[in-house]
Design a protein. Structure first.
Ligand code: TEU
Length: 561
């Protein structure tokens, strides 16, 4: 496989509204990110992905864009962003923006012009369709729980399509004029000096040639819109548009791209991330999807640490020899990884968080950390549904009630899965509002900030933060980089519950052992140990000739003969 500059990178996602507030308005901003570049550099991350910073009415926290080439005044100015591009470069870091082109905001001038004249040229930028006997054109349910068609104001029987919120109309990629506008915008940003993009919800741009009903799958009589992704005409269009997008933008710029791609058939991996793929990389969402139900969050089952391991391992095997996945345990759409993958009662324990971190950082692929993950931030407490900000959570709460759950049970469900869990302000210090803002934070900080914060962890050699630093510097250590970045992956001891064990092998033979359980484990060793390269616990590993005892939640990297 051809070597690329980005393969040895470690990514870090910034969700700007909750990262760091420089001006006391309670919301994070770009100057706030600039203030924390030293922190990020010391952590060792080098590929920074900013969730959307464009002007937006915030119906979906910035994923509803009303101007693709601007910076929302809440976050700062274009000059601030240019400074961020320059400052990241100066530190050997690179900046990625979020490319959200399945849909825009209903307040984008394109949609405003389209509404004014649905039969005119801008009408062709969107999907306008007539209803069927007084009902919407088809029975799809969108990703946030409501129907995907909303009526066009003032036009009897005309609807527009939105797979997400009604304020996020889908862009019509079958229109070459729309595609040209998008390519121009993408190139404009790349020419400005960003290194590339995280590409949002992108599999949805290929729509089937006709919008037809699917069998209803919930009491609302609707069917999950993602059924359309399997339609051959939708797949064919997706391939056509992604090839064209790559060839007209990313490829000529040598850009790095990571796709938000769900549910790929292993047979399609090469098309997405192979040497000639649409993207450089894509997120591995196997564990994210594990236990989820098409019925909604109320019917989801929480994955165990063994499920987490099995999901990662099967993705690793599928991607090996094909391309580089981007490995995540959390992002701005998911519960906190510690709260989701660790057993109840262990989510707040740094030793358990470190065992999880060792797995995600040492797999083959690019690790992407989400802000606060390195501190072991956990889910937030929810006292009432009225505290919820996220539109997706509101839809899921309604689905809980429709399924017959009592209000308090519904609250318990959404408290675990809500996207707000990831969106509380980053905990910088034990000072007021966790040092995030001098004003009133737009969303309350997690009350755990007094004990869990960056300042305290910097001073504590046994903190989660310092272990993340060690893992990242191990990946970059010239002695081990070849093996950890480009080496192969091979699982072992998979019959053992709660143990993640795998080889990374190239010029060195590294054995990664992570005990994702609270029981000590006696393990046979597959050969003589040359050196203990990393140990997550102060306890020295109990090494015998042929075996070792792995303490509860202990992660080890052993260099083997
Ligand atoms: O997410 C796409 C997506 O599929 C999610 O809506 C997912 O189904 C949901 O979050 C699961 O909880 C992307 C962005 O990451 C998300 O923040 C946006 O809301 C969405 O696109 C629309 O732009």
């Amino acid at each position: 496989m051809q070597r690329q500059w980005w393969q040895a990178s470690v990514g870090y996602q910034i969700w700007p509204k909750s990262f760091n507030d420089s001006n006391g308005d309670g919301m994070g901003d770009i100057p706030g990110i600039l203030e924390k570049l030293d922190y990020l550099q010391q952590l060792g991350v080098d590929l920074l992905w900013l969730s959307p910073i464009y002007p937006s009415p915030l119906a979906d926290e910035g994923y509803d864009i009303s101007d693709y080439c601007g910076v929302d005044p809440r976050f700062g100015t274009m000059a601030d962003l240019e400074r961020l591009i320059a400052e990241t470069k100066r530190r050997g870091m690179r900046l990625l923006l979020d490319l959200v082109v399945n849909h825009c905001s209903d307040e984008h001038p394109w949609f405003q012009k389209a509404l004014a004249d649905p039969e005119g040229p801008y009408g062709q930028y969107f999907y306008f369709r007539r209803g069927k006997n007084g009902a919407p054109p088809c029975n799809w349910r969108g990703y946030f729980g409501a129907g995907v068609w909303s009526p066009v104001p003032g036009r009897a029987d005309l609807y527009y399509l939105h797979l997400f919120h009604e304020k996020q109309p889908d862009l019509n990629w079958s229109n070459p004029a729309l595609r040209r506008e998008i390519y121009q915008m993408v190139n404009w940003w790349l020419d400005k000096g960003i290194a590339g993009f995280r590409v949002d919800a992108i599999v949805n741009i290929g729509k089937p040639d006709s919008f037809r009903d699917y069998p209803a799958d919930r009491p609302d009589g609707l069917a999950d819109c993602c059924n359309m992704l399997a339609e051959p005409s939708a797949k064919a269009h997706l391939a056509e548009y992604l090839t064209e997008l790559r060839d007209n933008t990313f490829r000529p710029h040598g850009a790095f791209t990571v796709g938000e791609v769900f549910d790929t058939d292993p047979a399609e991996l090469a098309a997405f991330i192979g040497p000639d793929g649409y993207f450089s990389s894509m997120f591995d969402f196997a564990a994210t999807c594990c236990g989820k139900s098409p019925k909604g969050w109320w019917a989801a089952r929480r994955p165990s640490p063994t499920d987490y391991r099995d999901c990662c391992f099967s993705s690793q095997k599928a991607a090996q020899g094909v391309g580089f996945l981007s490995n995540v345990i959390e992002n701005h759409d998911e519960p906190r990884g510690a709260s989701h993958y660790l057993p109840l009662g262990f989510e707040e324990q740094p030793r358990a968080q470190k065992a999880l971190a060792a797995v995600t950082l040492l797999l083959r692929g690019l690790p992407f950390l989400y802000q606060g993950q390195e501190l072991g931030m956990t889910n937030k407490p929810f006292a009432s549904i009225h505290e919820v900000d996220d539109v997706n959570t509101k839809g899921e709460y309604a689905a809980c009630l429709a399924a017959g759950l009592r209000a308090d049970d519904a609250l318990e469900v959404i408290a675990h899965y809500s996207r707000d869990n990831a969106r509380t302000p980053v905990q910088w210090s034990a000072q007021a509002n966790a040092g995030f803002t001098a004003g009133t934070p737009w969303m309350p900080v997690n009350p755990r900030y007094r004990s869990v914060n960056a300042e305290a962890q910097q001073a504590d050699p046994a903190s989660a933060l310092n272990f993340y630093k060690k893992l990242i510097s191990l990946r970059k250590d010239p002695a081990y980089k070849e093996t950890l970045v480009w080496g192969d992956f091979e699982p072992l001891y998979t019959e053992r519950e709660g143990l993640a064990a795998f080889w990374r092998r190239a010029d060195k033979k590294l054995l990664v052992l992570s005990n994702l359980s609270d029981e000590a484990m006696l393990l046979p060793l597959p050969g003589p140990v040359r050196a203990v390269v990393l140990n997550s616990r102060q306890l020295p590993p109990e090494l015998e000739q042929q075996a070792l005892i792995l303490a509860p939640w202990q992660a080890l990297v052993l260099e083997m003969e």
